[in-house]
Design a protein around this ligand. Sequence first.
Ligand code: AMP
Ligand code: ZN
Ligand code: FE
Ligand code: FE
Length: 281
Amino acid sequence: MRIDLHTHSDASDGTCSPADVVRAAATEGVAVLALTDHDTFAGLAEAAAQAPRSGVRLVRGVEISCTHGGISLHLLGYQPDETDTELLEELGRCRDHRVPRAQQMVARLVSDGLPIGWEQVEELAAGGTVGRPHIADALVRAGAVADREEAFGRYLRPDGPYYVRHYAVDAVTAVRLVRRCGGVPVFAHPGAHTRGPTVDDAAIEELAAAGLFGLEVDHPDHDEATRAHLRDVAGVLGLQVTGSSDFHGAGRPQRIGCETTSPDVLEALLAEAVPQPGRRS
Ligand code: AMP
Ligand code: ZN
Ligand code: FE
Ligand code: FE
């Protein structure tokens, strides 16, 4: 049984509709799928409607933009109460601040002569959570780069001149918030240093003390040495280990289900999720 607990749809910066993410999971033999769009639950209803038709079990999730000591990190929240006011406010704040941030990045690119505009980025985001991948897609469409990867390497890196930060939730607060509304928090790609600076082991210990469930050790952006180190850290701190594709459709090369989580860990995760009244799955 293949279990993939981190994927994106066009409700954020993936390129497939939520139903198509579920269909892709079924095609690749993924039996349990979590949809974890950036800072939004907007894709979950469509995914939940498609899941039984495709014979896929959906785990409801979100990937929350966080910050710890000035370093940006991503927290996966599984099966939280999607009506929790505080959680919705934080996600809304992240989404809202992503708009002026992307506009500023576009303005910097335009002032350096790149032939893109905010309208194109807005159109490419199509109402979903706006992210750098949409700016990348605008650069691809303009012929400035071949693909998202090249756009990130040349223009969108956090250490580059065009990068602008956006509001993100304090990571310790986010771990507590996810737990408080019945969800299960997992630190996404904690060692993805090719994307920018990552937090140290002391920060992971702090998140563990706040209620973190696990570390996403098996992730396409982690090399073998990083995985081995994170596995050790998880062992020492009593954290579970997950594996996921971080599927973005055509936006990244990885196929859905290319990294997986063990059935034992899934069982432990679902056992810690507090069922929300009125929800069937
Ligand atoms: P943002 O949340 O707007 O800062 O953008 C982060 C998103 O960009 C994440 O979903 C990543 O999957 C994506 N991303 C980061 N680095 C790359 C890269 N080198 N190529 C393609 N996508 C990337
Ligand atoms: Zn993404
Ligand atoms: Fe992420
Ligand atoms: Fe992701």
